[in-house]
Design a protein around this ligand. Structure first.
Ligand SMILES: [Zn+2]
Length: 251
């Protein structure tokens, strides 16, 4: 028994050192030991909405950042709110022009055209300097073909699903249930990408408790990106995602 315990300890230590060495290899600028062990990425989909300003105020009050996956049609409806997200300094990712699954699934050329329209619209609305390499499939990646999932990466985008859910689009959810659902689906995973949706008062109300809970557990709140340092953290996240190879990223 004692031997077994020692072997297990040895195995664990070897794995820790091996992964630390591997991580350091890939990015000398940031030793793995400096990276936070517990991280939550809060993501808001389907905006902007009429109450985006309330959400931004809440994030500021809670002192947590979020990543926004916007829909082009909503950007057209609330251009000021799209600009407010940019001004607040939060990253924006593509979440399609019209949230139409069928259109995007029909042909990867539709994804390509949609991406182009989205970027064009965002440049018109928030400024010519807009660019993003963050992508979220409407409805999540799993219902798209592996060809489509690969195609998005070949276009220079990183796509992200989630491994924690607020369940705020499910029927009969209130703030209390959303909070419970988020804690249940996220658990104590080291790296959590939490799915939430804009335009819901109950989600904002629940967010207060969710942030409080994970902050007390020592989680750091960060935003999604394809930077080398973020990659090292995201590698430990079990959510479905795909990041382009580092050398494939545009300069
Ligand atoms: Zn969506």
């Amino acid at each position: 028994m004692k031997f077994l315990k020692q072997s297990a300890l040895f195995l664990i230590l070897s794995l820790v050192f091996a992964s630390a060495a591997l991580a350091q290899d890939r990015s000398e600028a940031c030793p793995a030991s400096d990276l936070p062990q517990k991280v939550m990425y809060i993501t808001f989909d389907d905006g902007p909405k009429d109450d985006t300003p309330e959400l931004l105020a809440l994030l500021e009050e809670l002192d947590v950042p979020a990543t926004f996956f916007l829909v082009g049609a909503r950007v057209r409806a609330f251009p000021d709110h799209a600009r407010m997200i940019v001004e607040a300094g939060y990253p924006i990712g593509y979440h399609s022009m019209a949230h139409s699954y069928s259109y995007l699934k029909e042909d990867v050329r539709n994804i390509s055209a949609d991406l182009e329209r989205f970027t064009g619209l965002m440049r018109e609305v928030v400024g010519e300097a807009f660019e993003t390499d963050l992508f979220r499939f409407p409805g999540g990646s799993t219902s798209y073909s592996s060809y489509a999932r690969r195609y998005v990466v070949e276009q220079g985008y990183a796509w992200f699903d989630w491994n924690g859910m607020t369940g705020d689009t499910l029927p009969n959810m209130n703030a209390e249930k959303i909070g419970q659902y988020a804690l249940k689906t996220s658990g104590s995973q080291d790296v959590i990408i939490l799915l939430a949706h804009e335009g819901k008062r109950k989600t904002r109300d629940a967010l207060v408790g969710i942030v409080e809970h994970y902050r007390a557990l020592g989680y750091e709140f960060r935003t999604l990106s394809t930077d080398p340092q973020e990659r090292l953290i995201l590698e430990r996240c079990p959510a479905n995602m795909r990041l382009p190879a580092l050398d494939a990223l545009p300069e």
